[in-house]
Design a binder for this molecule. Structure first.
Ligand code: AMP
Length: 182
């Protein structure tokens, strides 16, 4: 299957994407992980992305789309879970075009939900470089302004499912699996 995991920072997309990919032998494509690797290796991509990331802003859409296009080439015909991408309408439209060129489509978009207090608590506990309280608040705003509109983009195609992201990790995995099986 080709799946997108949508949801606020800290909602558990990474954890759930890992479980899904282990169970189904799908490829986990997490743009945040790719960007952090590029930053630590000081590649040209890392240099382009570093400032936006440290502020909790989004990296340029065209940079992200080029990155995903390249990774999908490497992924071949395998199923995949997109985690942290798309994050803007422009990225969602770009993804549609990239997949159309490959003559494939998304099977499901799963939107994981949790309230702000819950995700702030999780992010503060995680302690990543961009997990300061100020940056976390900003990332939540960016999510609301830029990423939430994607829900409408996918709802109109009836591939969207909303899943409660609060609770035991395995239990949440079960909910996501049911949403994929529908
Ligand atoms: P994440 O690990 O998904 O929380 O991403 C960490 C940071 O990487 C974000 O705050 C953004 O600065 C950047 N980033 C990750 N994915 C994207 C994306 N799809 N579009 C723009 N910026 C992104």
């Amino acid at each position: 299957m080709r799946v997108v995991l949508l949801g606020a920072p800290g909602v558990g997309k990474g954890t759930q994407a890992e479980i899904l990919c282990r169970v189904h032998r799908w490829v986990h494509l997490a743009t945040g992980d790719m960007l952090r690797k590029a930053v630590s290796q000081k590649t040209p991509l890392g240099q382009k992305a570093e400032r936006a990331m440290s502020r909790g802003d989004l990296v340029d859409d065209q940079v992200i789309l080029a990155l995903i296009d390249e990774k999908l080439d490497e992924t071949g015909d395998s199923g995949f879970v997109l985690d942290g991408f798309p994050r803007t309408l422009e990225q969602a439209r770009g993804l549609d075009a990239i997949l159309a060129r490959r003559e494939v489509d998304l099977d499901r978009v799963v939107c994981l939900t949790a309230d702000d207090d819950e995700v702030v608590k999780r992010l503060v506990g995680r302690g990543r470089a961009d997990d300061t309280l100020e940056t976390i608040r900003h990332r939540l705003e960016v999510f609301r302004d830029s990423t939430q509109p994607l829900i409408g983009h996918y709802e109109s195609r009836s591939i969207l499912r909303t899943v409660d992201g609060v609770g035991d990790i395995q239990e949440i995995h079960g909910r996501i699996q049911s949403a994929l099986d529908e």
